[in-house]
Design a protein around this ligand. Structure first.
Ligand code: AHR
Length: 673
């Protein structure tokens, strides 16, 4: 191990992070002093750039109705019930009718349905109303691009009156489309909303007498991330970017697998012209009987190209997960035959080319046509999601043989199954070790107590062989995926304690991510989640702030740490990790206290020359132990979960963590050396 003597500069920045969790009765005394020694003179492993990243899955309306801000649900009438989300509406005098037409019943056309509106008397407004994704969110003075594909089949001159109505039915925005012709054309206009509404609706009303066909009705916010056309919801992207994530895993999760193979995620159907993206049912539509979402489909408005772009925008390495010829084993577990596996492998090879090949190659050209001539610098892909059993190993081996031969530069992520231990887990690990797998994805959805108890989980993992991706984890306050689970402090602090163990073992654990990421407050299936949102607002949870603090305060080299002289993490409920940031010369110390007692700390930077220092300290504090960032209970404002920055770390030798207000929750020190 390299030895380095660090000279403390007069200026010391402290971005400290420590947690104290007050459970039940609040002890009012400070415990005995704990000595924390950061061995600055014994730098350890390099901190992997992807140590803390993001898991995205289209669950809880994370894509359509969430990150993908199209306001019209079932905009192309392609749901199996083509009128889902739509209602016939308008004046009785017009004696009108609407019909669904399908031009795909004999031809294979992805977007084959459209609606015919017919009136027999002069109509003042007869047509359809769309309910949006649990309503349509619009802001006062906000501008929204309306577009529709239409043609006039017969009748007098016909216009389309487009109205945005608030919850009471009051019109808060409108536009008109005129000059329809007998051939299909796309018509565009802008609607300015005069009021804010969380649950508005949109009507397309025909004026005149005759027959009009309409398709692909869209209402899209003008303001998107980077103001891109077909762009993403900017408040949500901003929250992701603020995490400074090392990677973005997409598109899941179980939706990669599908409940049957036919419903698996196929990336090639998700790129290019929106009309060519073939809608499929989302597995979370029907997965949880207690949280059914019959209107949950994947329009693929947010597709693979968009995920790559998003990764780039937030500075994260893209991590696509691909189906490996296995449907979800919690459902049918349907298997592709080994003979058919070529098709799945070809999808992986083509994806690598789509992401990385030069713009003059076939797939590179496709990427360039979509707007990104430069490669996306894909370095890893996942083979299957949360698979297990010999069938998985069999399929992985075939995948790996081809992919490693053609693309040795791409790391393959493999699955350790759905649980952090047990027979399936042991089997997979032993096989994947034998096969010299690159990175193994472990999942833990466990009780809060599991996390601090497992902070040392990786201390004894072999230092050679496959690396670990802690790919999906979240403390479950009640039980796995229970609808009563909370994003509360206890869970957040347990995860923080566990994360000190991830960071301390960064030579083995190279990636990690909380899961799931997003949830719509009125349309979720799974809880807890990192970020909640409604049709206009977004709410970061305590868990989010923990993730962000770890990720944004990540050094470049791990520094060993001793608690009261011992290497063990977590004695007396105190967890700690430290790293050196060679770019800024800072020592970053994160301390997590999960006990009800405040702790006096004496911090020593061994090997660093003493001097005058200053430091910044970030404290995440909450006065509300059960702050619930949860849908049907309403949200606590973010201010209840305050992140404060202070400059009161005075000297590197002593720091007392006492309760701030009622609780001192989370602190970290960045000591500039
Ligand atoms: O995160 C929710 C689900 O949990 C994921 O889809 C799956 O991989 C895991 O079982």
């Amino acid at each position: 191990m390299k030895t380095a003597t660090m000279k403390l500069r007069p200026f010391l920045r402290t971005v400290a992070l420590a947690c104290a969790l007050c459970l039940g009765t609040q002890a009012q005394f400070a415990s005995a002093q704990t000595n924390i020694t950061v061995e600055v003179d014994h730098p350890g492993a390099a901190v992997p750039p992807g140590l803390f990243g993001i898991f995205f899955e289209d669950i809880n309306f994370a894509a359509d109705g969430g990150l993908y801000p199209e306001r019209v649900k079932n905009r192309s009438f392609e749901f199996p019930d083509p009128m889902m989300g739509w209602k016939q509406t308008g004046d009785k005098e017009s004696k009108g009718a609407t019909y669904i037409l399908d031009q795909g019943s004999v031809k294979n056309i992805p977007n084959s349905h459209y609606v015919r509106i017919k009136t027999e008397a002069d109509s003042k407004g007869f047509g359809l109303t769309n309910e949006g994704f649990r309503g349509i969110g619009v802001k006062a003075a906000g501008e929204y691009f309306f577009s529709v594909k239409a043609r006039q089949v017969s009748g007098s001159p016909i216009a389309l009156r487009i109205e945005l109505q608030d919850e009471t039915g009051a019109v808060i925005g409108k536009t008109r489309i005129e000059g329809l012709t007998s051939s299909w054309q796309k018509y565009r206009s802008t609607i300015r909303s005069s009021a804010t509404s969380l649950k508005a609706r949109l009507s397309v009303l025909m004026e005149g007498r005759g027959v009009v066909d309409i398709d692909t009705v869209s209402l899209y916010p003008k303001e998107t991330w980077k103001n891109r056309e077909n762009g993403l919801r900017s408040d949500l992207v901003q929250l992701l970017r603020d995490m400074k994530p090392g990677f973005l895993r997409f598109p899941g999760g179980c939706i990669v697998e599908g409940s049957i193979l036919e419903r698996r995620y196929q990336w090639k159907t998700t790129i290019g012209d929106l009309d060519d993206r073939k809608l499929i049912i989302n597995r979370w539509n029907y997965e949880f009987k207690h949280r059914p979402a019959p209107d949950y489909y994947q329009s693929y408005g947010l597709g693979f190209y968009d995920y790559f772009l998003l990764s780039e925008d937030i500075g994260a390495s893209p991590l696509p997960i691909l189906n490996c010829g296995m449907a979800c084993q919690f459902n049918t577990g349907e298997l592709a035959t080994l003979e058919d596996l070529d098709h799945y492998i070809q999808d992986a090879l083509d994806l690598i080319d789509f992401a990385n090949a030069p713009a003059n190659s076939a797939w590179g050209k496709r990427r360039a046509q979509l707007g990104h001539p430069a490669p996306f610098n894909l370095k890893m892909i996942g083979v299957g999601n949360e698979q297990w059993g010999p069938q998985y190993i069999e399929r992985y081996e075939i995948f790996a043989r081809v992919l490693k031969e053609k693309h040795p530069e791409i790391a393959l992520i493999t699955s350790a199954g759905p649980s952090p231990d047990g027979e399936r887990f042991d089997y997979l690990w032993s096989k994947l070790r034998e096969l010299h797998a690159d990175i193994v994805d472990e999942h833990y959805y466990s009780a809060p107590g599991w996390f601090p108890a497992n902070a040392s989980r990786y201390d004894n993992y072999p230092r050679t062989g496959p690396k670990v991706f802690a790919g999906e984890y979240a403390a479950q306050s009640v039980g796995i995926a229970s609808p009563d689970n909370r994003n509360n402090w206890e869970c957040a602090l347990s995860e923080a304690a566990f994360m000190t163990g991830l960071e301390r073992n960064a030579d083995v654990v190279v990636m990690s991510s909380y899961a799931p990421l997003f949830a719509h407050v009125d349309a979720w299936q799974w809880t807890p989640n990192l970020i909640w949102f409604d049709n206009l607002r977004s709410y970061a949870t305590p868990n989010y702030y923990v993730q962000k603090l770890f990720s944004a305060n990540k050094g470049t080299t791990i520094l060993p740490i001793l608690l009261d002289g011992a290497k063990q993490n977590g004695q007396g409920g105190l967890f700690a990790t430290a790293s050196l940031d060679q770019r800024s010369g800072e020592v970053i110390l994160k301390v997590v206290n999960i006990t009800s007692a405040s702790k006096d700390l004496r911090v020593k930077l061994a090997g660093a020359r003493p001097g005058r220092q200053k430091g910044d300290e970030f404290v995440l504090a909450s006065t509300d132990m059960d702050s619930v960032f949860h849908s049907h209970r309403g949200f606590s404002p973010v201010t209840k979960f305050a992140a404060e920055s202070r400059n009161r770390f005075n000297g590197f030798s002593e720091r007392c963590l006492s309760r701030d207000v009622q609780l001192l929750a989370l602190m970290s020190f960045n000591l500039k050396v």
